[in-house]
Write a protein that binds this ligand. Structure first.
Ligand code: GRF
Length: 196
């Protein structure tokens, strides 16, 4: 399947997905990166790896979030994308885009969902004194960080962990988990294009 990755910033998960998918045996190809933020560092990283990377800012669409998503969807369809991976995409999606891509839109979240949906997960996990933390790849549904779980990786919270050390340990697992979960989904599905 042809895969697009949606980002807003640094793009380290995007980079992990692109690199993993460049291996001959990987069952999917990352062919497109879209960022809502034209200054996202990940756009240049993607281009450096030979992947088309576009910025589609929301600003020209004003408050019409669905119009912004229709612009994104038009590019996804034009490029014959079959699976969409959200990777640090920091905008809430409307039911329009979620339903268009139901069953083939993935997200990675830095917690062991259903625990700690939302932002600042590492700080909240530390504040709560949790012994375990981790990351989750899940299918995207209308409710944020709540779709069916495809894969999880656990990390131990260590004495003396700061938000930064804990985030780094989780991120290393994200970079391993996301390509693995994408490969598993890609092997399982051969879906037609949306609207076909
Ligand atoms: C990751 O921790 C991801 O789980 C979360 O946002 C962060 C994005 O980092 N959704 P990057 O842009 O992939 O480096």
């Amino acid at each position: 399947p042809r895969v697009a990755v949606l980002i807003s910033g640094r793009g380290s998960n995007m980079e992990a997905l692109i690199k993993a998918a460049q291996a001959e045996a990987f069952p999917a190809r990352v062919v497109l990166v879209i960022s809502n933020n034209e200054n996202a560092a990940g756009l240049e990283i993607a281009r450096g790896l030979g992947v088309e990377a576009l910025a589609i800012p929301a600003r020209p669409f004003g408050r019409d979030r669905e119009a912004h998503e229709r612009a994104i969807d038009a590019v996804l369809v034009a490029r014959k994308i079959e699976i969409v991976c959200l990777a640090g995409y920091m905008r809430l999606l409307t039911p329009y885009l979620v339903n268009r891509w139901a069953g083939r839109m993935l997200n990675i979240h830095p917690s062991l969902l259903p625990a700690y949906p939302g932002v600042d997960t590492h700080a909240r996990v530390l504040a709560a004194g949790e012994a375990a933390h981790g990351c989750t790849v899940h299918l995207v549904t209308e409710e944020m960080d709540a779709g069916p779980v495809l894969a999880q990786a656990r990390v131990e919270v260590l004495p003396g962990d700061s938000e930064e050390t804990l985030a780094a340990r989780v991120l290393a697992q994200e970079h391993r988990l996301y390509p693995a979960a994408l490969a598993a989904l890609a092997r399982k599905i051969r879906l037609p294009e949306p609207g076909a």
